[in-house]
Write a protein of this length. Structure first.
Length: 217
């Protein structure tokens, strides 16, 4: 792809058009949300949470995540060109975008994310993004929860009809008018400090919990 075409696709106008297209498309879903009240009570009581989702499943959540915009929750997006488009859409959904990833700018981004999480009480994290491997919980989500004094809330998306990309994670886009379910799991508590073995045990436990919601089409 030429530099000119790529610049056009990442322009403010193009991203705004894409955002509205996604909103209109997602409005066709017959959406059900499960177990949201349990963790929202924590937020209302002044306790922070990190919503943790697989990269495979974040697209179906875009429509519903607009509801959290009054909190201006932070979300970490990579500094890649693809990340620029995703960041633009998420920003228009009302999320506060922090640019960085495990391979580039991750440390500074994590510090910024944690500060905003402590203030706003909701953040989200793509557990195995931006490049996988699929189904592998990276350390960032647990470190974010520790530094942000937060618990982790797993989130899963399913659809009765969907397309799956030929990508590293089999990225999912529900088909028009699909029955889509967003299900929040049980709150996963994270101690503020851990030894290295304890940290790895936590990571593996969370990975095991969330692996049950990974889709293998």
């Amino acid at each position: 792809m030429s530099k000119k075409i790529r610049s056009a696709l990442t322009s403010n106008h193009a991203i705004t058009v894409l955002y509205h297209a996604i909103r209109c498309y997602s409005a066709t879903y017959r959406l059900t949300v499960e177990n949201e009240a349990a963790w929202m009570k924590r937020v209302e009581a002044g306790k922070a949470v990190v919503i943790c989702v697989w990269h495979q499943q974040f697209f179906p959540a875009i429509r519903h995540f607009k509801n959290y915009s009054p909190y201006r929750p932070p979300l970490m997006i990579s500094r890649s060109r693809d990340g620029e488009v995703i960041a633009g859409v998420a920003m228009r959904t009302g999320w506060d975008i922090v640019r960085g990833s495990s391979s580039r700018g991750g440390r500074d981004a994590l510090i910024e994310m944690a500060a905003k999480l402590r203030e706003r009480k909701i953040a989200a994290h793509i557990a195995d993004g931006p490049r996988g491997p699929a189904g592998k919980i990276k350390a960032g989500v647990i470190r974010l929860a520790q530094h942000g004094n937060a618990a982790i809330v797993p989130m899963y998306a399913t659809a009765d009809r969907a397309w799956y990309f030929n990508s590293w994670d089999r990225f999912m886009i529900p088909k028009p008018f699909a029955r889509v379910t967003l299900r929040f799991g049980e709150v996963f508590q994270v101690p503020e400090t851990t030894t290295d073995p304890e940290f790895e045990a936590l990571r593996r436990k969370l990975e095991g919990i969330m692996a049950r919601g990974l889709i293998s089409p």
